[in-house]
Design a binder for this molecule. Structure first.
Ligand SMILES: Cc1cc2nc3c(=O)[nH]c(=O)nc-3n(C[C@H](O)[C@H](O)[C@H](O)COP(=O)(O)O)c2cc1C
Length: 142
């Protein structure tokens, strides 16, 4: 009998969503194919669905190049007041047209009309880990 391949699934729960909402931004880590790391702060982002996060590309250079060469990303969010945080791991894809891109452009322009986003970076989240200090640190959110 052939064994089924278990696909990694993550669920962005209401509790996780709350921390995303309170986070001052997203720390977005990428790497080249060779493993050279890069991390940048991103302000324009939101939860798109139960397992997707949207980050708007306005100024990305190395981040964009890295994603094209190696889609694996890690994203950290945290609520400093509540000392709560989560880490997302997954794969990013870049979209430069369509409804997600259009909605993202609206979001950016509603806050800063002078900016012209280049692309929507959509992170398909495969796993979520607790970064909150305390007994659950490092645990996977199931
Ligand atoms: C507070 C803050 C918020 C930022 N928000 C965004 C953003 O929403 N989108 C974006 O493309 N760049 C944003 N940037 C710029 C990126 O952090 C970074 O400078 C840019 O991606 C170029 O770096 P890279 O070549 O390593 O990608 C922000 C920078 C700061 C300091």
């Amino acid at each position: 009998m052939q064994k089924g391949v278990k696909k990694e699934m993550a669920k962005i729960t209401e509790e996780v969503k709350e921390v995303v909402g309170k986070s001052k931004g997203f720390a977005v880590a990428t790497a080249t194919k060779e493993g050279e790391p890069n991390v940048v702060p991103i302000a324009f982002g939101k939860v798109l669905s139960e397992d997707e996060v949207l980050l708007m590309d306005v100024f990305m250079k190395k981040t964009e190049e890295n994603i094209k060469a190696n889609p694996k990303v890690a994203v950290s969010v945290w609520d400093l007041d509540a000392l709560k945080g989560y880490q997302f791991k997954g794969s990013a894809r870049i979209e430069t047209s369509g409804s997600v891109f259009d909605d993202g452009v609206k979001m950016v322009k509603s806050m800063m009309p002078e900016l012209s986003p280049k692309a929507a970076v959509i992170v398909k989240v495969d796993s979520i880990y607790v970064t909150s200090p305390g007994p659950d640190v490092g645990k996977k959110v199931e």
